[in-house]
Design a protein around this ligand. Structure first.
Ligand code: DX5
Ligand code: ZN
Length: 225
């Protein structure tokens, strides 16, 4: 299949009901989600803990689209195989998570999974300059990672720079944090094609009343159309 640079919405289950992930995923996919974004936090690299590979394996059968696993953990390497075995389509690791991001990305692809690299707001685009031929996705954090519902930090200049650096390579640019109908057009215009959205998608809805998820997704799509 040819590389798809159309804009995709990836709801983050960080904003879903943690006691009901399977039904939440089915509800949000039923309402038009393109990918499912899965935030793994260790209470060490970021100041919050979510869940690990066993939870990813448990939710995998409920995902019909793409399982996009964002690892906010350090170290990363000992856990890659577990997340790959759990069925991740993409595994994204942070540049800031250790001294050997190149080895980490080799290991992710070596495990048969697409490789992503994430950049915190304080990390420049150039940090990925030597990694462009070994990644399938670059995640530009537009909040400091750890929590949903934070205010968007404008990284559009970084996104534009990355878009130039990428050229014709088949690499997605993903935006993570504070994506809303107000902020989405800025990053889409700069060249992003995957929009993670937690609170902006899950607000107002539930598994028994999922229609707001669809309204929220359509409001984001309409903002940049
Ligand atoms: C932040 C996570 C994000 C977060 C986005 O550390 O990586 O995926 O869930 O949530 P919102 O869209 O609420 O900013
Ligand atoms: Zn994330």
């Amino acid at each position: 299949m040819s590389f798809d640079r159309s804009v995709k919405i990836a709801p983050s289950i960080l904003s879903a009901d943690f006691a009901n992930f399977g039904a939440e995923i089915e509800a949000v996919e039923g309402q038009g989600a393109d990918w499912i974004h899965v935030d793994v936090m260790d209470g060490h690299f970021v100041p919050n803990i979510t869940f690990g590979a066993s939870t990813c394996a448990a939710i995998r059968p409920h995902i019909k689209t793409i399982m996009d696993v964002h690892l906010m953990i350090a170290p990363v390497d000992p856990y890659i195989e577990g997340f790959a075995e759990a069925g991740a389509d993409f595994i994204t690791a942070h540049v800031e998570a250790g001294p050997h991001i190149h080895r980490t990305l080799q290991a992710i692809r070596g495990a048969g999974t697409k490789a992503g690299v994430a950049l915190n707001p304080g990390t420049p685009a150039d940090a990925v300059a030597e990694l462009l031929d070994m990644v399938d996705l670059i995640c530009v954090m537009t909040v400091n990672p750890g929590f949903g519902g934070q205010k968007f930090i404008d990284m559009t200049a970084k996104v534009r720079r990355l878009r130039e650096m990428i050229g014709d390579r088949p690499i997605h640019i993903e935006i993570d944090g504070g994506v809303t109908p107000q902020t989405a057009p800025l990053v889409v215009d700069a060249g992003a094609d995957v929009l993670v959205a937690g609170s902006a998608v899950f607000k107002g809805g539930s598994v028994t009343d999922p229609a707001p998820y669809g309204e929220n997704i359509r409001a984001i799509r309409a903002s940049y159309a």
